[in-house]
Design a protein around this ligand. Structure first.
Ligand SMILES: C[S@@+](CC[C@H](N)C(=O)[O-])C[C@H]1O[C@@H](n2cnc3c(N)ncnc32)[C@H](O)[C@@H]1O
Length: 394
């Protein structure tokens, strides 16, 4: 399979080799083993070398050499539709937006003017971003495309102590380190094994150990039919719980690919949902040249809802991306047809329509991606969930 992947440049290979040495040293220091979550954290976020913290191009279409395309990168109409939901939350709480995992800065650069156009420009737009390299890219994107808002944007070095307003996170939860688990109907005493990472003959390999502690508790709450392999992101749950506790009034809007727990751990997905993205190819080998591929797993939206709920938040809505965007009026945001010469459809109209189709088509992002809103002190119903709310499915 690796043979089908485009050949990385020499400097990318060298960076991956340097990261591999760091990973090998951690494995040795850990007695021959680290958790898969720790491996993923290093592969994605090791300073200067991880996928998100190194120089990889990451976002963008295959023309620009990126690895994958996210909704905000696809079209500014996404931010404009989302702005309507954010505006409702800001009006009911406080004029603060926090964006978690802002990627290239594209969403911020489109969301700020869209909110201003709705008469709802936030007083502050704070960005929570782990990667120093991406922070610099976000600043450059904002300077180039939304310089008039530069004064209200700031980067946070840690989670806010307390906040009122709207937190937005597009494709952040799937990029958080996940544990890997095997449910066994024979083998381990508990029936649950943690799939960690070790080394054999200098190669990264999966090494299994009996699961314990919080991971075992979480694994026992998952309704799988063993034998089964899957992922559990304790980091994503902890992150949602921590922010939920700090939210005084407002909402968190989290958009990602994933499913409610009973659908996610369905027998159809008995090999898990861990996937790697490299230059618009999807592969399944997280050990292939660490640091060069994105590594992700589907989000367990039931776990996200539980984390918010346990911290006293209400689940204000949960639905597909398609329903959410249509409820927010995405179709009305399309340019009027036939504004080209002689009433012909222009190239930009066609592009906009194509992008909208990708966002809402059930075969593209429309069904795979979901939106969940967790909030406190915000009167419902929220615009984005007015039709097709699926909270009952969580
Ligand atoms: C898949 S990218 C999505 C980027 C952007 N939101 C988009 O949709 O194009 C994941 C982003 O989340 C960031 N990230 C991951 N974990 C994070 C965390 N715990 N706090 C803040 N940012 C995080 C990554 O550095 C990256 O910017």
């Amino acid at each position: 399979m690796q043979a089908d992947l485009p050949e990385p440049a020499a400097d990318a290979r060298a960076a991956s080799a340097a990261l591999s040495r760091i990973i090998a040293a951690e494995i040795a220091a850990g007695g021959g083993w680290i958790t898969f979550a720790r491996y993923m954290e290093l592969a994605l976020y090791a300073p200067g070398l991880g996928y998100y913290s190194g120089g990889a191009h990451k976002f963008g279409d295959h023309h620009t050499g990126g690895d994958f395309l996210t909704a905000p990168e696809l079209t500014p109409l996404y931010a404009r539709a989302l702005a309507r939901q954010v505006a409702q939350v800001l009006a009911a709480s406080s004029p603060l937006v926090i964006e978690a995992g802002a990627g290239s800065g594209r969403l911020a650069a489109d969301l700020l003017p869209a909110l201003a156009a709705l008469g709802c420009a936030p007083e502050r737009y704070q960005i929570l971003e782990l990667s120093g390299e991406l922070r610099a890219r976000q600043a450059a994107t904002l300077a180039a495309h939304a310089p008039q808002f530069a004064g209200c944007v700031e980067w946070l070095d840690q989670l806010p102590e307390r906040f009122c307003g709207c937190l937005v996170g597009n494709e952040v939860l799937d990029a958080m380190p996940t544990h890997a688990v095997r449910w066994d109907d024979a083998g381990a005493e508990s029936g649950v094994l943690e799939r960690g990472v070790g080394l054999a003959n200098g190669q990264l390999v999966v090494v299994e150990r009996p699961a314990a502690g919080a991971l075992l508790d979480a694994a026992n709450a998952v309704p799988v039919i063993a034998p089964y392999r899957g992922e559990i992101s304790l980091a994503a749950r902890a992150w949602v719980a921590e922010l939920a506790r700090r939210l005084e009034q407002g909402a968190m809007l989290l958009i990602d690919y994933g499913l409610p727990r009973h659908e996610l751990y369905h027998p159809l997905r008995d090999g898990g949902t861990l996937r790697c993205h490299y230059r618009h190819r999807v592969h399944e080998d997280p050990f292939w040249l660490p640091g060069l591929s994105d590594i992700t797993a589907h989000v367990d939206f039931t776990a996200v809802a539980e984390a918010g709920f346990d911290a006293g938040l209400e689940v204000l809505g949960y639905t597909s991306q398609a329903n959410f965007l249509i409820n927010c009026g995405l179709s009305e945001l399309l340019p009027e047809p036939g504004v080209g010469a002689g009433g012909a459809v222009t190239a930009s109209e066609l592009r906009a329509r194509g992008a909208v189709n990708v966002l809402i088509s059930p075969n593209e992002m429309g069904e795979l991606f979901k939106v969940i809103a967790l909030g406190r002190g915000v009167p419902g119903p929220l615009l984005g969930f007015a039709r097709g709310d699926r909270v009952h499915a969580l």
